[in-house]
Design a protein around this ligand. Structure first.
Ligand code: SF4
Length: 432
């Protein structure tokens, strides 16, 4: 128990590398592609537009995942590139220029245009970075045009956000001043809560990547420290480090415990006195503990099985294990960035012992066999697997909800626990 009676302390366990690495497979996966990130990114960056350069399949995916914007002008679309040979590429570039021309003439509110590549071969043949450069020169300074790939050839759908933020890093203004950057798209409500907490702690200036507006990009330099808000931003972190910024090692801000340790990493870097940290965080932390405790009765001792999907598997498993008493049978993750997940792994190890059930890149067929044999109380998986598993009598949670729902921070800890309690409730009601 921590000194204030809470079941943990804000200091994550030692992340020494003596422990064995997680097991690795490289099997077939069943996940969405990186275009999916547009669904939450277009809501976050309010003057950006995402123009997918892709096929009809891409257009269908993005339309059905993001839905139709009834009350506002859309901020994403697909320029459909039909099959063509190499000789037709000049025409394709001209067509793309025409589409962008028309779009920007009609929509002066767009300040940042992303050309988003996809995986069809006719799109891969197009050099979108050259197109972005050409169009940026044409529309500068009113509109900045950048490009990234949302291709399904990448590991999983959250890498779309990593690719988008990576495209923004070279655009960040240079600074020599000390500042804190929070990296990873967060719901506005969560961002506002963190801003208030950092202010009360005396940490700052603080800026967020992505910013809500294209002209509010956070500055970066050798005195910049950054906290990752999401565990899937490997390339973005690498590029920020290449610009001199230093990552503050921390678990992710999920649950009371994760949020505590995440804020503490920044507080320590800014020399905030422990007594002041405790004074600022005591009330929201107590609310988080109370709201998760209310769900603990339903979730404690229930078994849990993760298929690889969002890359949030380890932080979520840590929260459900340590704060809600669930028992993970298998934690499958599409990809594990060992350095960024060192604190999470150490905390899971502290709770579960050396023999961690973590598996990187598991093969979906073999995993399905193991899941059916284990009959877990709750299975966290992608949409494609959820319905068949439900039909077989298993309770499931769609992993994709974890990126669409505000789940980070003290005030969301209870809602995060509720996301996992609800499928169990539903099945109990169905049985009655
Ligand atoms: S990018 Fe590839 S995987 Fe994604 S919708 Fe388009 S064709 Fe399908």
């Amino acid at each position: 128990m921590s000194p204030d009676g809470l079941p943990f302390t804000a200091t994550p366990p030692d992340t020494g590398c003596a422990a064995p690495p997680p097991a690795v497979e490289r099997g077939q996966r069943a996940v969405f592609c990186g275009l999916t990130g547009i669904v939450w990114l277009h809501r976050k960056i309010q003057d950006a537009f995402f123009l997918v350069v892709g096929s009809r399949t891409c257009a269908h995916l993005i339309q059905s995942a993001a839905g139709v914007m009834i009350f506002a002008e859309p901020r994403f679309a697909t320029a459909i590139i039909e099959e063509r040979d190499l000789a037709g590429l000049a025409d394709a570039n001209e067509e793309l220029d025409r589409v962008v021309d028309r779009l920007l003439a009609r929509r002066p509110d767009i300040k940042l245009l992303f050309l988003v590549g996809s995986c069809p071969s006719e799109v891969i043949k197009l050099d979108l970075s050259r197109a972005a450069q050409r169009l940026s020169e044409q529309f500068s300074p009113d509109v900045r045009v950048l490009n990234y790939s949302g291709s399904g050839i990448e590991t999983t759908f959250t890498e779309g956000e990593d690719a988008c933020l990576s495209a923004l890093v070279p655009e960040l203004p240079e600074t020599e001043a000390a500042n804190l950057m929070v990296v990873g798209a967060l719901a506005d409500v969560v961002e506002d809560q963190f801003t208030r907490l950092f202010e009360q702690l005396g940490i700052g200036p603080v800026a967020f990547l992505p910013a809500r507006r294209a002209d509010a990009l956070p500055p970066v330099g050798p005195e910049t420290k950054f906290l990752l808000a999401q565990p899937f931003l490997n390339e973005t972190a690498r590029l920020l480090e290449a610009r001199g910024a230093q990552r503050l090692a921390a678990p992710f801000p999920l649950g009371a415990e994760g949020t505590d340790a995440w804020l503490k990493a920044a507080a320590d870097a800014w020399g905030v006195a422990p007594s002041h940290f405790d004074a600022v965080t005591a009330a929201p932390r107590a609310r988080a503990v109370q709201s998760t405790a209310a769900r603990r009765e339903k979730l404690a001792d229930k078994s849990l099985f993760f298929f690889p999907d969002s890359q949030l598997e380890l932080p979520i498993a840590r929260f459900l294990t340590r704060e809600l008493g669930m028992r993970p049978i298998e934690i499958g993750a599409p990809y594990l960035h060992r350095r960024h997940l060192a604190e999470e792994t150490a905390m899971l190890r502290e709770a579960l012992g050396e023999d961690l059930p973590i598996l990187e890149g598991p093969d979906v067929d073999a995993q399905l066999d193991r899941c059916r044999a284990a009959k877990p109380d709750l299975t966290v998986c992608g949409l494609g697997l959820a319905n068949p598993l439900e039909a077989e009598g298993l309770s499931t949670k769609w992993a994709i909800e974890l990126v669409f729902t505000p789940i980070q921070g003290y005030e969301q800890a209870g809602d995060l626990a509720e996301l996992f309690a609800r499928p169990l409730d539903r099945r109990t009601r169905l049985r009655v």
